[in-house]
Design a protein around this ligand. Sequence first.
Ligand code: ZN
Length: 236
Amino acid sequence: MTDDAAAAPTCLARPLAGPDDVGCAAARGVDGRPLHAAALRFFWGPMDCGKSTMALQMNYNHARQGRRGLVTTRIDRSLGPQVTTRIGLSHTAIEVTDDLDLRALVRGRWDEGVRVDYLICDEASFYTVAHVEQMAELVDSYDVDVYAFGLATDFRSCLFPAAQRLFELADEVARIQVEVLCWCGREGLLNARVVDGRVAREGEQVVIGDTVDTAEVRYQVLCRRHYRSGDLGPRR
Ligand SMILES: [Zn+2]
């Protein structure tokens, strides 16, 4: 256990009260239930389904209502500390490294007098399982909403460890409803890694590539049938 965990026994929600902060004890309805119950939500889908776009839209919607949040990412396609989307949106973001403690990140902002109401965690499948545990603690002990976005499965069609933990712990899990189609027209479900024109079946779990045809390692979303047969369809 870290010092951070040991230092979190009491109400830590927004220890630096802002002008509109009602504090922990008052934030209950007449039935005694918390007026605002934070939640951990996981939105998942294959590559190209618009996860990062939805992440930025979520951030925008909350910011518009006066809430303040942090955007985090890991291994964004831009390889920079930002969330970028295939349709051209971008937003600066905090890069999540193995060493980063999301609880310490939030507390650090609070110590600076900056409110943090929610986290937008893009590319959450690439985070560690420990990061997911930290997300749950932020929700339960700090009353911070956490919205995580990511892939469910890797190129071998196996769950990423962080995605598995999110499925296990999240209050709400939702498959992103923007359909990505396989070349055959069926719904695309699985992220195939294509190396030298063939579907790779083994290798490192995370290898950076893109979904454009010219990339050395590329990814292509396929239906299960064509993922299993390795048929990449007619050349585009
Ligand atoms: Zn197909």
